[in-house]
Design a protein around this ligand. Structure first.
Ligand SMILES: Nc1ncnc2c1ncn2[C@@H]1O[C@H](COP(=O)(O)OP(=O)(O)OP(=O)(O)O)[C@@H](O)[C@H]1O
Ligand SMILES: [Mg+2]
Length: 275
């Protein structure tokens, strides 16, 4: 495996769903150890984009390469972990302890029939890393939203994947849990050279944590360091929309937007949508 290759190269991909192009001509390159955040409006194609990167959806045009290989190929399959948008919404009927859930993550083609001792270490380590040791034997359904989210992340960590793809892992978490989770993820990048691609509506959190931000709506419209992320007005012009207030700002709108909402939510709409 060539070490000088970028971890991820998305080259000009077009992705169709139901025969309709959802992503068009989108490109992205990531190096190992980077933390890249993807933001964009609802329906902008963020989940579609990451699913194409994972190889769950096929590209209509262009290509995706992970360390030079096709996604889902034998060479890369164990090195990528996906925490999906609904991952923490585990069915209530499933009774699993935190430890059992994390153990599922450590299973792979090689260990499925023959659990190994080192696997058990990996499970303990992952539980420890997300700070859930005290509740390791508790039913997942009895955890708080933040703890459940961390349990799902521990499952991804136990797989020993070095590329983590997370789709909206912050939804439903309070501010303190968000901060804990973001710090944890940032630590993985710096201390363990893990690579993280994370979709989130929480642009404020992403600005503070990600090393690079992507604004995705049908295609990549911005890709750069958080301090250069476009302003409200620039973003509106990227999307070709106009200020609906014609420059007059109404009090009720301001009142609506003061409460824990990113200013972007006012004009871009839906960009921050927490539940
Ligand atoms: N299975 C599907 N078949 C056809 N179209 C789909 C399918 N899933 C999603 N789409 C469409 O693809 C577009 C992009 O959806 P996607 O879920 O990628 O957006 P998103 O940016 O992740 O949105 P959200 O912020 O709500 O999660 C939407 O217009 C959606 O209706
Ligand atoms: Mg989505």
């Amino acid at each position: 495996m060539a070490d000088d290759l970028p971890l991820l190269v998305v080259d000009n991909i077009t992705v169709h769903r139901g025969g309709v192009p959802i992503i068009e001509n989108a490109s992205l390159t990531m190096e190992a150890g980077e933390f890249v955040g993807i933001v964009g409006p609802n329906g902008g194609g963020k989940s579609t984009f990451v699913q194409a990167i994972l190889g769950v959806l096929k590209c209509h045009a262009g290509s995706v390469r992970l360390k030079g290989h096709a996604p889902m190929s034998d060479e890369v399959i164990g090195s990528v972990a996906w925490v999906s948008q609904a991952a923490a919404n585990l069915p209530k009927s499933v009774r699993l302890t935190v430890r059992e859930l994390v153990t599922l993550g450590a299973m792979n083609k090689r260990t499925w029939f023959k659990p190994r001792l080192s696997q058990s270490d990996a499970i303990d380590e992952a539980i420890e890393m997300v700070g859930l040791r005290d509740v390791a034997n508790r039913d997942v359904n009895q955890l708080s939203g933040g703890q459940r989210q961390r349990a799902v992340i521990a499952r991804a960590l136990a797989s020993k994947a070095d590329f983590l793809v997370l789709d909206e892992p912050l939804v439903g978490l309070d501010r303190a849990s968000r901060n804990t989770l973001l710090k944890l993820l940032d630590g993985f990048c710096h201390e363990q050279n893990k690579t993280i691609l994370m979709v989130s509506h929480d642009i404020t959190a992403m600005r503070q944590t990600a090393h690079r931000l992507i604004y995705l709506e049908d295609t990549v419209r911005f890709d750069g360091p958080p301090p250069l992320f476009p302003s409200l007005e620039e973003l509106a012009s990227l999307r070709g929309i106009e200020d609906v207030h014609g420059g007059h700002h109404h009090d009720h709108n301001e009142a609506e937007c003061t409460h824990d909402h990113s200013p972007l939510a006012i004009t871009v709409g839906q960009l921050k949508e927490d539940e």
